[in-house]
Design a protein around this ligand. Structure first.
Ligand SMILES: [Fe+2]
Ligand SMILES: [Fe+2]
Length: 316
């Protein structure tokens, strides 16, 4: 496979797994196209045209053209200078980071619209979900602006390594996996939700490292009510104003990857149970589902930087 083919495959399966559904994603891309067509010449020249076909601003090719055929990839949750040197040491052709780097990091906030639609699909009125997320998107945009975005990209260029990041596409795969599992399992209590998570190999492994699923609010005996996977994909944490609206929409339990203290307090105030699956294990789950597709096509994967590699297919 080429780097371009690996990137295109990531976007394709990210769309397929998207909680908004293929129709929801198409609507989003159509709106982007309409916005683009209305732009003047200067705005059009500055516009990132990848956005017309890839709805995930945090998933991009960062360096390409160093290798024609990608045989070996080094993959991790955060890929910085040290990991680039490791990739070179192990003769990798391509480096895949989960967390965004370079221009994908600088534009991380653009993918957060997804969160409003996911919340709307779970019953929060779309006007409320959108108006609550909007100021948070601006906040994240300002928050990422001072970061040294290209640090790892520069290292990859010097070492002649191709480099891509696959953030929301992988988080979508993880979210979809849990969404489908919840439909099958029928949990009654918060404890059931925790047990369900702990049966997944990535989380089982994380438990051994003291980083497994934990309860941030609520108790295992609580009825879980309606369980939603809302803090798993869509860039980064949403607005802490949303918990009141979620409670009003009839949501009982949230499954998330990680949660800050301010968000936790708000969720608790509105009587929501919060099950935090664990950051590295959750990111690993999504990345693994994508990496399986690469390995099936004969690409060798070397996991590093927090990635708990679990394969879900048997080699022929
Ligand atoms: Fe993630
Ligand atoms: Fe993450």
């Amino acid at each position: 496979m080429t780097t371009q083919e690996i990137y295109e495959l990531a976007v394709k399966i990210g769309i397929k797994a998207d909680l908004r559904g293929a129709k929801g994603v198409k609507k989003y891309l159509d709106r982007t196209k309409v916005k683009y067509e209305k732009m003047d010449k200067e705005a059009k020249a500055e516009f990132d045209k990848e956005k017309l076909t890839n709805p995930y601003s945090d998933t991009r090719i960062l360096v390409s053209g160093n290798k024609k055929e990608i045989k070996k990839v080094m993959v991790g949750v955060d890929m910085e200078g040290a990991e680039m040197l490791l990739a070179k040491h192990f003769n990798s052709d391509l480096v895949i980071a989960h967390h965004p780097e370079g221009k994908a990091l600088a534009d991380l906030h653009s993918v957060m619209d997804l969160q409003a639609q996911v919340l709307a699909d779970y019953g929060v009125p779309i006007n409320i979900a959108e108006s609550v997320i909007k100021p948070r998107i601006s906040e994240v945009s300002r928050g990422v602006s001072p970061i040294n975005h290209n640090r790892a990209v520069d290292a990859a260029k010097l070492l002649k390594l191709d480099f891509i990041c696959t953030h929301t596409v992988a988080d979508n795969l993880g979210a979809r996996f849990l969404y489908d599992l919840l439909k099958k399992k029928k949990c009654d209590t918060v404890g059931d939700v925790l047990e369900m998570l702990k049966e997944i190999p990535e989380f089982k492994e994380a438990v051994k490292n003291n980083a497994g699923p934990t309860l941030f609010t609520g108790s295992p005996e609580n009825s879980c009510g309606k369980v939603v996977v809302t803090e798993f994909t869509g860039g980064t944490s949403g607005s802490k104003e949303i918990y009141e609206k979620m409670a009003q929409a009839g949501i009982g339990t949230i499954i998330g990857m990680h949660m800050g203290e301010e968000h936790r307090k708000q969720a608790e105030k509105y009587h929501l149970n919060v099950v935090i699956a664990g950051h590295m294990a959750s990111d690993s789950l999504g990345m693994n589902l994508f990496l399986d597709e690469l390995e099936k096509k004969g690409v060798e994967v070397i996991p590093v930087s927090g990635l708990i590699r679990v394969k879900r297919f048997k080699n022929k």
